[in-house]
Design a protein around this ligand. Structure first.
Ligand code: DGT
Ligand code: MG
Ligand code: MG
Length: 291
């Protein structure tokens, strides 16, 4: 390659590789979705079209990037998780974040007409997303991060469901509903929903209560009974042991697995024990083909 006198400017680029041997979480979030949801008339507090569109885009991101282990989405956000052994883009933060954000946004916009056939997108309110990368040194930390997002989903959804019932069905003003809900605990909100509106919160759709979990489907395994959980374990494969050719082989294997969306509990151990491939990074057995 020819050297020019301008080449010295390359030295200004700063390294931004993420800490080795740590879980990488890239969380993206819709920019100004409060306004966007108004403009395109999203149903309050949950619009199944908007949530399913987020899920459809996340599935495509998982397919495009076989290195991803799992993703979790709620509202206008999605968290994408790379295993500690991941070497994609030499773990460079900007490369990882921008690839996830732009791939997600491209699929979100491409799929929009399927979910909102009667409401075409138009400037100035086009969907865009921001993104950040955070590293977690232990599997326990990663599990706690995922639990944090799912518990947040539950708390917000219970509040929003109650608030919008009081406003839309109960005819209260936003301020009055907000004032009444101030300082209430979960059981108070459950009671308002049940007594005033005949709604049992437990019967609300799982997607609203639990958010969406996206991962590669292999044959489920038996959860360990009273055995050691994987919670505190550090990942078994140190990152250096995975060569480039091994990584490529793993990617090929992963592309064969179906990417699924489920609305299940990821706080308890069961989910992780039945799907050990997510934390171990070793692909499981492909499900037997139905004929
Ligand atoms: P940001 O993220 O700082 O740019 O600002 P926003 O406006 O995106 O705020 P954020 O991310 O904290 O909150 C998400 C907003 O998106 C919130 O105002 C509710 C809205 N949203 C998300 N999903 C739905 C939905 O299914 N239905 C409705 N009506 N709104 C939704
Ligand atoms: Mg947002
Ligand atoms: Mg948000």
């Amino acid at each position: 390659m020819a050297n020019s006198k301008y080449e010295y400017v390359k030295a200004f680029e700063q390294p931004d590789a993420l800490l080795p041997n740590t879980w990488i979480v890239i969380r993206i979030d819709g920019r100004g979705f409060h306004k966007l949801s108004d403009k395109y008339h999203f149903e309050k507090p949950n619009d199944p079209r908007a949530l399913n569109l987020m899920n459809a885009a996340a599935v495509e991101v998982m397919k495009d990037l076989p290195d991803l282990s799992i993703a979790y989405g709620v509202s206008d956000e999605y968290s994408f998780v790379f295993h500690p052994s991941c070497q994609l883009f030499e773990r460079r933060s900007a490369k990882l974040v921008t690839t996830i954000v732009s791939t997600f946004t491209a699929h979100y916009i491409y799929n929009w007409p399927k979910f909102f056939p009667d409401t075409p997108l138009e400037p100035p309110h086009l969907p865009t997303f921001d993104g950040r990368a955070v590293t977690y040194p232990s599997t326990r930390n990663l599990r706690d991060y995922m639990s944090w997002r799912q518990v947040d989903c539950h708390i917000n959804n219970l509040y929003n469901t109650t608030f919008w019932m009081m406003v839309l069905r109960g005819g209260m003003s936003n301020t009055d509903a907000e004032r009444e809900l101030q300082g209430t605990v979960s059981s108070d909100k459950n009671e308002i929903l049940f007594k005033r509106f005949g709604i049992n919160y437990n019967n609300e759709p799982e997607m609203y209560k639990k958010g969406s979990v996206v991962y590669r489907q292999y044959q489920l395994e038996e959860p360990k009974k009273g055995g050691q959980t994987q919670e505190g374990e550090t990942p078994s494969i140190p990152e250096k042991e995975i060569s480039k050719s091994q990584q490529e082989k793993l990617r090929k294997l992963r592309r064969k697995a179906k990417v699924v969306v489920e609305h299940v509990d990821i706080v308890k151990d069961d989910f992780w024990e039945q799907r050990p491939w997510i934390l171990s990074n070793k692909p499981g057995k492909l499900p037997v083909q139905e004929s």
